[in-house]
Design a protein around this ligand. Structure first.
Ligand code: ADP
Ligand code: TPW
Length: 573
């Protein structure tokens, strides 16, 4: 055999450039669903060593990418086909943006020439135009030599400043485009410092410290931005050096252990109503905090007219979005919090005993009330007796990641189950969206390797239930517990006409556990706390995909859980 010395220079193509650009930037996993025009991309990416986690519906792949972004600080990647696949992924992209989670939705798309003339291509849609208003940034790459720039821009947009969702449109033709391999390699960009630290200005730090020093009843509010920032030691130093009581928002639970003596979670109503200076750390004053005003904040008690807020946030436009922020501190949480702690070294007095004492008294009262409720063993298992089991399991397995959705299932789990380590709780977030359950569970297991425990309302589970096949396929250590009360909120509504069942009611006595056994996982039906405990212990010991159908009292549960106040109909009842 002779060697052809005149052979053409080596070439590369769009497929390889996309894969190489992602790998160059430390991306090791893609969540998605194959089909035209990205099937070959999924195969080639897998062959190139990327972990390909393929779902049964794009929304769950998108949710997985978002959760991966939150847990790792790197953008989670979701890959979908055009139009319908893209639209299925879009809810997750928008939800990620709302929650400030970094992710990139990469969708294949039809040919520009045909889309722009609306000539009816296969899955034709102007995806870029649709995505643009629904995410942080959106880009399209038309030429192979621009793939490096496109992916670099998407990564920077997703993780710099306030993190969020980015859309990257890759038309079908791009993948087959070829170019000289060396030129292709040179066109790729390894993004340097994608989420640069942003130091707060010295005068802004001083303003915040002065205000905090003047407080008689100070409070620190930790949000999921604080969890995302991975500044755990600095946050612990802030809380413990200052001696200020703190309140964790749902996904900030565990940033400090929930049984920390300074946690004011069990005295939430008291501290929100009475604090005179509130330091927000990566938390927005949105509906979850009653917009910083009204009864929750004690405005009916008149005692807090002079309340002042300090807000640490990376977004310079967040301050004043609901109420006046007296001391905005713009920068990354690690830098801002460290600057405050450093400022405390030159003289700091911990909060006065009467404030700490008042909180401790309310905490003690509420905690013993809850302990008494949790100790009850009603004849039919209910939220409380089931959650007593979950609380103890999480205490014994603090590394486990808890995924949580539903209405009552969400609210009770959040208040009853203590978390002990940062970023171990994932839930419905800013929108209160149902359907994150299985996608978040898959990402939690894939990115950490830890055991996952998903506590799901039966309605909530239904949104992503088919992904138990994905969990079985990848043999992930996910234990799903469905709190089965036969319906949305509860299972006892009656249609007065006696025709169809009421809108909130499901098939009674459904066996969700059989869904898991259909795919080779373990399914257990549990109707007592002891059965529930045994099934979870078994799941944790074996790390097998497991679904426990936890049969609970169908009369348990209130409409809309704890947000009945937002539901005018239920309020009237
Ligand atoms: P929660 O729902 O827990 O109250 P939010 O999602 O409302 O939390 O708020 C998170 C906030 O954290 C957002 O305003 C976001 O801009 C901010 N944030 C996210 N990451 C960082 C960071 N690294 N540094 C500073 N602020 C951040
Ligand atoms: C995408 C509205 C909020 S909570 C909920 C729905 C349908 C389910 C509550 O029932 P579940 O829990 O899960 O059985 P529980 O513990 O009360 O019995 N569609 C979307 N998001 C939301 N939030 C809804 C609908 C909703």
């Amino acid at each position: 055999m002779t060697t052809d010395l005149t052979a053409a220079a080596e070439t590369t193509d769009g497929f390889s450039l996309v894969i190489d650009a992602l790998k160059l930037n430390g991306i090791d996993t893609i969540y998605g669903l194959p089909g035209i025009p990205i099937t070959d991309l999924t195969r080639k990416a897998q062959a190139a060593g990327l972990r390909m986690i393929m779902f049964r519906h794009e929304q769950h792949a998108g949710n997985a990418a978002a959760a991966a972004g939150f847990l790792t600080g790197k953008p989670g990647i979701c890959l979908t086909v055009s139009a319908p696949g893209f639209l299925n992924g879009l809810t997750a992209l928008t939800n990620a943006t709302t929650n400030c989670f970094p992710m990139i939705l990469i969708s294949g798309s039809s040919e520009r020439e045909i889309v722009d003339l609306q000539q009816g291509d296969y899955e034709e849609m102007d995806q870029l135009a649709i995505a643009k208003p629904l995410c942080k940034a959106a880009f399209r790459v038309l030429h192979a030599q621009d793939i490096g720039v496109g992916i670099a821009r998407a990564i920077r947009a997703a993780v710099s400043g306030r993190p969020g969702g980015v859309y990257l449109d890759l038309p079908a033709k791009l993948f087959a485009q070829t170019m000289d391999a060396a030129a292709g390699k040179a066109s790729l960009i390894e993004v340097v410092d994608p989420a640069p630290r942003q130091l707060p200005a010295a005068d802004a730090v001083q303003r915040a410290l002065d205000l905090l020093k003047s407080a008689k009843r100070p409070l620190i509010l930790l949000g999921k931005g604080a969890a995302y920032a991975q500044a755990d030691a600095a946050i612990q130093a802030l809380v413990e050096t200052s001696g200020i009581p703190y309140l964790p928002m749902s996904m900030a639970k565990g940033l400090l252990p929930d049984n920390h003596p300074q946690s004011a979670a069990a005295a939430r109503s008291l501290v929100l109503a009475q604090a005179d200076v509130v330091l927000l750390v990566g938390a927005r004053l949105n509906w979850l905090l009653s917009h910083g005003k009204g009864k929750t904040w004690g405005q009916d008690q008149g005692a807090v007219a002079g309340r002042k807020f300090i807000q640490i946030d990376i977004s310079p436009t967040e301050a004043d979005s609901n109420v006046a922020i007296a001391a905005p501190l713009v920068g990354d949480i690690g830098s801002c919090v460290s600057a405050l702690v450093a400022g405390m070294a030159s003289g700091w007095a911990k909060p006065q005993a009467d404030w700490i004492g008042a909180i401790a008294a309310v905490k003690d009262k509420n905690l013993s009330k809850m302990a008494a409720t949790l100790a009850l063993d009603p004849p039919v298992m209910n939220f409380h007796s089931a959650l007593r089991v979950i609380r103890d399991v999480v205490k014994a397995n603090p590394e486990a990641i808890l995924v949580n959705e539903g209405a009552n299932t969400l609210d009770f789990t959040r208040s009853i189950v203590d978390m002990y380590l940062p970023r171990k709780r994932l839930d419905v977030g800013t929108w209160g969206i149902m359907g994150i359950g299985m996608g978040f569970s898959v990402a939690a297991a894939v990115t950490t390797g830890n055991q996952v425990l998903a506590i799901e309302g039966d309605s909530a589970f239904g949104f992503s239930g088919m992904e138990v096949e994905t969990i079985c396929r990848y043999k992930l250590p996910v234990c799903v517990v469905v709190f089965n009360n036969n319906g949305v909120y509860k299972g006892t509504d009656v249609n007065p006409l006696g025709t169809d069942v009421a809108p909130t009611v499901f098939v009674k006595g459904a066996r969700y556990d059989l869904l898991m056994t259909a795919f080779g996982g373990v399914g257990v039906s549990a109707s007592t706390p002891a059965e529930l405990d045994a099934a979870i212990q078994q799941a944790f010991a074996s790390r097998q995909p497991t679904l426990i159908n936890a049969v609970i009292d169908e009369t348990a549960g209130t409409e809309s859980g704890r947000i009945t106040s937002l539901n005018p109909q239920a309020k009237k009842k």
